[in-house]
Write a protein that binds this ligand. Structure first.
Ligand code: ADP
Ligand code: ASP
Ligand code: MG
Length: 447
């Protein structure tokens, strides 16, 4: 079996949905499990639009108009009957949900997950309907919730509970469909509350389902030809990378390469499943294959790719004499742990500990708690840029090239670190120098 995940733009127009059906049909012999994201049409990005509608409802203006219009435009373009497909009923329910949010004036993370779930629950129905009706394929739709995919209660970035996997696998095999179409991004707790895996989470769903069915391959179909040397939206000269190791891809995902949700690689690594990243609009392009060990090719540079994470906060924590005080680090990291703050980079001096984390409410709360025992300053709006490649290990001079290129482009490095594993050099720069830094580094390392 294989899993095939189609991102938002891959199901963004009626034409692209038909293209998706073609691609699935070509893989029919490998019993694909198809994982679908919410539609991202040129008119409407569905998940963003659902969120905006819920926020407006909370502020007293419930209006499902934009969501309904976009979804019905898609149904209309593909001849999907809203009633027979169940989409009409979902739109009605979404309308009522907005009224409820407006009435109570409250929008908890738990409610937000219900709100966001509508996107995938509608788009997966659309894809399944077209496969059956227009392409005559033996496909079945089941939401990941119905299939029994369970997570913890961490609304907004839930993690799957592998104990549910055997039962999900049994459901899938009992269904016996030629193609199963299911929802990316969403799942539920064991007591039936809807959860989401974090923005961009359908990539993660693809490898989770890959682990569940014991897939021979996970395919991630998106709007670029694989993982590239950097985000092509910043550097149009970015090139597709033919091969990455699991470790390289994990680092890139964790450090902000949006093409893969940060947790995507974990189930693939644990189950040794190769992941192929391909372009829905250019299926003949080989894209990128990510597997355990890529045979190093002689023309591989030491650096494979450059990831960018924006909206990063730099938190400086100082005491008089940090290392003199026993247990100081564990006290600090206890606080981060309690607020579930992810730390990406750490630097220490005798008196200061500096860490980077994606900006957010939890980081603010953690900083406040740490103020009880240390002086804390928070700088916002920075960017974390990381260069990744396993061959950097043992290749001298990479750091020198990096710092030279940044100096030439007048980019000030606020913080820099290279882990002992030597597969990643990460640096923090001012937000307004992000473009200059990425372009400068890409020019030096890849062009
Ligand atoms: P999907 O909806 O298919 O999940 P995303 O927008 O989440 O698509 O991810 C694809 C986008 O990721 C690309 O359009 C590109 O702008 C961005 N991106 C960032 N870094 C990279 C990279 N290293 N390689 C390829 N794409 C990248
Ligand atoms: N639709 C969700 C999002 O926009 C999940 C995904 O696309 O992967 O974040
Ligand atoms: Mg994505």
């Amino acid at each position: 079996m294989i899993t095939m995940k189609f991102g938002g733009t891959s199901v963004g127009t009626p034409e692209s949905v038909r293209q998706v059906c073609e691609l699935v049909r070509a893989e029919i012999a490998r019993q694909p499990v198809v994982i679908v994201s919410a539609h991202n049409s040129p008119r409407v990005r569905m998940t963003d639009t659902l969120i905006a509608a819920a926020q407006a409802a909370q502020a007293g203006k419930p209006d499902a108009g934009k969501v309904t219009e976009a979804q019905l435009w898609m149904c209309d373009g593909l001849g999907v009957d809203p009633k027979a497909s169940g989409i009409g009923r979902l739109l009605d329910r979404f309308d009522k949900l907005l009224m409820g949010i407006a009435m109570i004036g409250e929008l908890t993370p738990r409610t937000m997950d219900v709100v966001m779930s509508f996107g995938e629950r509608m788009s997966a129905r659309v894809v399944n309907d077209v496969m059956r009706r227009e392409f005559g394929m033996d496909s079945e739709y089941r939401s990941s919730i119905t299939l029994g995919l369970r997570t913890d209660h961490n609304f907004g970035s839930a993690r799957p509970d592998p104990r549910c996997y055997p039962a999900v696998a049994k459901q899938i095999s009992d269904l016996g469909a030629g193609v199963l179409v299911t929802t990316g991004f969403i799942a539920s707790t064991d007591d039936g509350q809807i959860t989401t895996l974090g923005r961009g989470g359908s990539d993660y769903s693809a490898t989770i389902f890959g682990a569940i069915v014991g897939a021979e391959e996970v395919q991630i179909w998106t709007d670029v030809s694989g993982v590239m040397t950097t985000d092509p939206r910043i550097v149009p000269e970015a090139r597709s990378i033919p091969e990455l190791t699991f470790t390289e891809a994990s680092e890139l995902a964790w450090y902000g390469a949006k093409v893969l949700h940060p947790a995507t690689m974990q189930p693939a690594i644990e189950n040794d499943i190769p992941v192929r990243v391909k372009n829905t609009a250019m299926p003949d392009h080989p894209g990128t294959v990510i597997h355990r060990k890529s045979a190093p090719s002689p023309d591989d540079g030491a650096v494979k790719s450059l990831a960018v994470m924006r909206n990063v906060s730099l938190i400086h924590i100082s005491t008089g004499r940090m290392f003199g005080t026993h247990g100081f680090m564990s006290k600090v990291f206890d606080v981060f742990n309690r607020h579930e703050v992810n730390i990406h980079m750490i630097a220490t001096s005798e008196v200061t500990l500096s860490v980077t984390t994606p900006h957010g409410e939890n980081a603010e709360k953690a900083a406040n708690d740490i103020r009880a025992f240390a002086a804390v300053t928070v700088e916002k709006g920075l960017s974390l840029i990381s260069i990744v490649g396993e061959k950097m290990k043992g290749t001298p001079g990479v750091a020198a090239r990096v710092t030279k290129a940044l100096a030439q482009h007048r980019v000030n490095i606020r913080m820099i670190s290279q882990g002992a594993s030597e597969i990643n050099i990460a640096m923090v720069v001012e937000g307004n120098q992000t473009e200059a830094a990425v372009k400068g580094l890409h020019g030096e390392l890849f062009e």
